[in-house]
Every structure is written in structure tokens, then in C-alpha cells.
Design a protein around this ligand. Structure first.
Ligand code: SF4
Length: 141
């Protein structure tokens, strides 16, 4: 799994996060332009490829673009055993949940409302509240 030290150099952290989550029918070109100049685009893309539930533009790719890359990669190197698939599936599930939680808390800290966060991250409003509560609990511990 990719470490996340690269996030400190993420160019998108200095720009409007909205452009990275275009609504249906909106262009993602301005986000991709930022990614093209980002010094950690390769690490970001690797991370996004490992987290198939991520929405929006990561590493200069859309969710659909990443799906195509994954499909091509899996055709080249399919997982061999059922056990390997099970273990990989559990790990991916854990990573997805951690990523969702991180993204929710990040947007919450930026002042976005619960419904907006739920729509952007693709979780329920209750999940947003739960992630925020859990993060507050971790911080207080
Ligand atoms: S590649 Fe794009 S999405 Fe990834 S960190 Fe850089 S600017 Fe952000």
C-alpha cells in the first residue's frame, strides 16, 4: 500500500476542492490541469487505483478512467486463488472505510455541511455524522 506522506505536497490542497468533484455533465478539465502540475501525481494515482470507491479526480484521472486502468491491469495479472481474493477484498474494504472517514473529516474541517459531504463522498448522512463523531473521539483520547 502507498504511504500517505505525499499528501503534504498535494497541489489540490491549495485550490478549490470543488473542481475535483464535478457534478454530472460538468468538465473536470480544470482539476486535471492542476494534477498535471502536481509533484505527487504518481503517488496520488497509485493511491486512487488502490481505492476503487473514490469519486472525483485523483492523479489526473476520473473515476471512470481509473476503472479502465484497473480493468486492464487485472486482465494482465488476475489474482490466482480464492483465499488471495478474499484477503485482498478484506484489505480493500478496510482501506475504503479509512479513506471515506478521512475524506469526510477533511471536508467537515473545511466547513462543508453534512449533506454536501455525504453527496461528495458517496455515503449516507448518518455515516458522515458517525465518521465525525469517531474522529472527535479519537482526538479526545
Ligand atoms: S495529482 Fe491531483 S488530486 Fe492528486 S494530489 Fe495532485 S492535485 Fe491533488
Amino acid at each position: 500500500m502507498t504511504g500517505q506522506g505525499w499528501r503534504g505536497d498535494a497541489l489540490c490542497a491549495q485550490t478549490d476542492p470543488e473542481v475535483f468533484f464535478p457534478e454530472k455533465g460538468e468538465s473536470n478539465k480544470s482539476a486535471k490541469k492542476v494534477c498535471a502540475a502536481c509533484p505527487v501525481a504518481a503517488e496520488c494515482l497509485e493511491y486512487a487505483l488502490a481505492h476503487s470507491d473514490l469519486v472525483g479526480v485523483w492523479g489526473g484521472t476520473s473515476a471512470k478512467g481509473r476503472q479502465r486502468i484497473r480493468e486492464r491491469a487485472s486482465q494482465r495479472a488476475p489474482l490466482k486463488s480464492h483465499a488471495a481474493r478474499g484477503a485482498a477484498g478484506a484489505a480493500v474494504k478496510r482501506q475504503r472505510s479509512q479513506e471515506r472517514s478521512r475524506r469526510v473529516v477533511e471536508l467537515h474541517d473545511q466547513g462543508y455541511g453534512t449533506s454536501h459531504i455525504a453527496a461528495v463522498v458517496g455515503v449516507t448522512v448518518d455515516s458522515v455524522r458517525r465518521y465525525v463523531r469517531e474522529a472527535a473521539r479519537r482526538e479526545a483520547a
